[in-house]
Design a binder for this molecule. Structure first.
Ligand SMILES: Nc1ncnc2c1ncn2[C@@H]1O[C@H](COP(=O)(O)OP(=O)(O)OP(=O)(O)O)[C@@H](O)[C@H]1O
Length: 517
C-alpha cells in the first residue's frame, strides 16, 4: 500500500492560524504538505510541480477557491480538490462540486472529518473507526482510477473493470451524454440524482458511476427505499445496538456502514417518508450516523447516488419531499431517456441483451432479430423501457426456439403499435451494429425481407466501423494489437482506423471524440 509520505498536498488559506492547523494535522498523518495564501501563490506552486490534492479555502484575498478550481480544470490537471466553505453557504459547496471539486468541508472544520475526506480523496482507506468488530476489516487502497481521463474529456467512455458501463448499450447522442456525465461525476463526491422512467437503466448508471470512480474497490450498496417498511427504515439505514429494541439481540450494521468507503445507491428516493427524509438529511450534512440505541455518532465516508422515476421538484411543491434534502441530493442530475426517445439505440440494445440471454443459456451464436421483427419493435412505445424489452426478448427467444426471432415470436398485439417507429429507425440507424440492423434471414422458400437503407452511407459505415473497433478493443482488454489482429488488421492499420474515427484508448477504457459539428 502506498505510504502517506508519497502523497503531496497543497493547502491554500489566507488565515495563518488555520493554515498551520491544517498543515500540522496533515503532517501528523504523514503527508508531504506545502501551503499558499492566495490564488496566485497557489498557482505559482502548481506551475512548478504536481500535487496529489489541493485543499483550498473558498474566500481568498485575490479571488475564490472556485477560481483555482477552474484553472486546474482548464489546465487538465489531475489534482483532486477539496473546498472549505463557510457554514452558512451551502450554495458555495454545491457550486464547488459542480465545478469539479472532489468534496467540500464546512467551517469550523471538524479535524476528524478533515482527515477522512482527505484520505478518501487520495483513495486511501478511510481512517474512520468501525462501529463493530465485524465491520472493521481493512480495505485495500484502490488503484488511482482516473489516469488520463480527466484531460481527455471524452464524449463517450467505455471503461474496463467489471463492465457495468460496457453493459450499457447505445450510441445515441443522449446516451453519449449520459456516459460522459458518468465519467465526469465519478471524479467527485458530489451527490448525483438519476432521473428516468422505470426500467430505463437508472441503477446501471449508478453502478457505472461507482465502477468508474476511485471507490470501485469498495462496496456498492443498492437500496430500494420504497420496499422497506417505515418502522424499519431507521434500523436498516443506520444499524442498531444490541438491546435498542425488543429483538435486537446483537449489534447490527445498517446500509450506511455496509457502504463504508463506497457508494450507497438510494433507489426510489421519492418514496421515502418525510420522517426518514429529515434523518437522512442530517446524516448527509453531518457525515455521521448514529445507530438506533447508540449514544455517539460515527463518522462515515459514503458517496450517495439516488434515483427516482418521480418528478421530485413537483413532489417538493406538493409538500411530499423536503426541499433541503432535494437540494442536497440533486447537486448533479443525470436524466436517463426513455427507450422510445432513443429508438436508434434499439438494434444495439437488442443485440447486447440477446448476447446476455445466450450467455446465460450457454448457447452460441446468440439469437438474432429479423428485420421485420426489429421494425415491429421500433413501433412499440415500451412503457417499461429496457426492462420490458429484456422480458420481451426472453419470451421471444423461448418462442422462436432457433437462431432467428421473427415478428410473430414477439407476441405483441397489433393494438399497441404506433406508426412512426419504422421510419425513425430507418433514418437514424447510424451507430447500430451491422449484425442487427442489416442482417435478415432468407425466409424458407421466399425473398429476404427488404432492408433499411441509411440516408448517409459514409456516416453509417463509419458508425458501424467505430462500434466494431470499440467492441474488439473491449474484448481484448484494450490491447490494440490483439484487437486489430482479431479483425485481420495490423497494428498500423488499427492505429490508422482508430485515429480516423476518433477512438482513443485511455488508461482505463476507450474514449471516442465527438464528431466535428
Ligand atoms: N442501455 C442499456 N443497455 C443494455 N441493457 C440495459 C440498458 N439500460 C438498462 N438495461 C438493462 O435493463 C434492466 C433495467 O435496468 P435498471 O434496473 O438499471 O433500470 P431502472 O431504471 O433502475 O429500473 P427501476 O426504475 O425499475 O428501478 C437491467 O437488466 C439493465 O441491465
Amino acid at each position: 500500500m502506498t505510504s502517506a509520505s508519497h502523497y503531496s498536498l497543497l493547502v491554500v488559506d489566507d488565515e495563518p492560524d488555520l493554515r498551520t492547523l491544517y498543515e500540522l494535522t496533515l503532517l501528523r498523518e504523514g503527508y508531504d504538505v506545502e501551503t499558499a495564501a492566495t490564488v496566485e501563490d497557489a498557482w505559482a506552486r502548481l506551475k512548478d510541480r504536481t500535487y496529489s490534492a489541493v485543499i483550498t479555502d473558498m474566500r481568498l484575498p485575490d479571488g475564490t477557491g472556485l477560481d483555482l478550481l477552474r484553472r486546474l480544470d482548464d489546465a487538465g490537471r489531475r489534482e483532486k480538490a477539496i473546498m472549505i466553505t463557510a457554514f452558512a453557504s451551502p450554495e458555495n459547496a454545491v457550486e464547488a462540486l459542480k465545478a469539479g471539486a472532489y468534496d467540500y468541508l464546512t467551517k469550523p472544520v471538524d479535524l476528524k472529518q478533515f482527515r477522512t475526506v482527505v484520505a478518501s480523496a487520495l483513495g486511501r482507506p478511510s481512517m474512520v473507526p468501525a462501529p463493530s468488530a465485524a465491520a472493521s476489516s481493512a480495505v485495500p487502497a484502490p488503484p488511482s482510477a482516473r489516469g488520463s481521463v480527466r484531460s481527455a474529456a471524452p464524449a463517450v467512455l467505455v471503461t474496463g473493470g467489471s463492465g457495468t458501463l460496457d453493459r450499457m448499450a447505445g450510441a445515441s447522442q443522449t446516451m453519449q451524454q449520459v456516459r460522459s456525465l458518468i465519467d465526469k461525476v465519478a471524479r467527485s463526491m458530489a451527490p448525483v440524482l438519476v432521473q428516468g422512467e422505470s426500467g430505463t437503466g437508472k441503477e446501471l448508471v449508478a453502478r457505472s458511476i461507482h465502477e468508474v470512480s476511485a471507490r470501485r474497490a469498495q462496496p456498492f450498496i443498492a437500496v430500494n427505499c420504497g420496499a422497506i417498511p417505515e418502522q424499519l427504515l431507521e434500523a436498516e439505514f443506520f444499524g442498531y445496538r444490541k438491546g435498542a429494541f425488543t429483538g435486537a439481540t446483537e449489534d447490527r450494521e445498517g446500509f450506511f456502514q455496509a457502504a463504508r468507503g463506497g457508494t450507497l445507491f438510494l433507489d426510489e428516493i421519492g418514496d421515502l417518508p418525510l420522517s426518514m427524509q429529515s434523518k437522512l438529511l442530517r446524516v448527509i450534512q453531518e457525515r455521521a450516523v448514529r445507530p438506533v440505541g447508540a449514544v455517539v455518532e460515527t463518522p462515515i465516508d459514503v458517496r450517495i447516488v439516488s434515483a427516482t422515476h418521480k418528478d421530485l421538484a413537483a413532489e417538493v411543491q406538493a409538500g411530499r419531499f423536503r426541499q433541503d434534502l432535494y437540494y442536497r441530493l440533486n447537486v448533479i442530475q443525470i436524466r436517463v431517456p426513455a427507450l422510445r426517445e432513443r429508438l436508434e439505440d434499439l438494434p444495439l440494445i437488442c443485440e447486447r441483451v440477446l448476447e446476455r440471454i445466450a450467455q446465460d443459456a450457454e448457447v452460441w451464436p446468440p439469437p438474432r432479430l429479423t428485420h421485420a421483427a426489429l421494425s415491429h419493435l421500433s413501433r412499440y412505445a415500451f412503457p417499461g423501457n429496457v426492462r420490458e424489452l429484456e422480458n420481451l426478448l426472453h419470451r421471444a427467444v423461448a418462442l422462436s426456439g432457433g437462431e432467428w426471432i421473427d415478428q410473430a415470436d414477439l407476441a405483441l398485439p397489433d393494438t399497441v403499435f404506433h406508426e412512426t417507429g419504422l421510419h425513425d429507425l430507418e433514418t437514424t440507424a447510424v451507430g447500430a451494429s451491422a449484425d442487427v440492423a442489416v442482417a435478415a434471414p432468407v425466409a424458407a422458400g421466399g425473398e429476404p425481407p427488404a432492408q433499411a437503407l441509411p440516408n448517409d452511407l459514409a456516416a453509417y459505415l463509419d458508425a458501424v466501423e467505430r462500434d466494431i473497433l470499440i467492441r474488439a478493443l473491449e474484448r481484448h482488454r484494450f490491447n490494440r494489437t490483439a484487437a486489430g489482429a482479431s479483425l485481420g488488421l495490423s497494428l498500423r492499420q488499427m492505429r490508422y482506423r482508430m485515429a480516423r474515427l476518433g477512438v482513443m484508448v485511455a488508461e482505463h477504457g476507450v474514449a471516442v471524440e465527438p464528431d466535428e459539428p
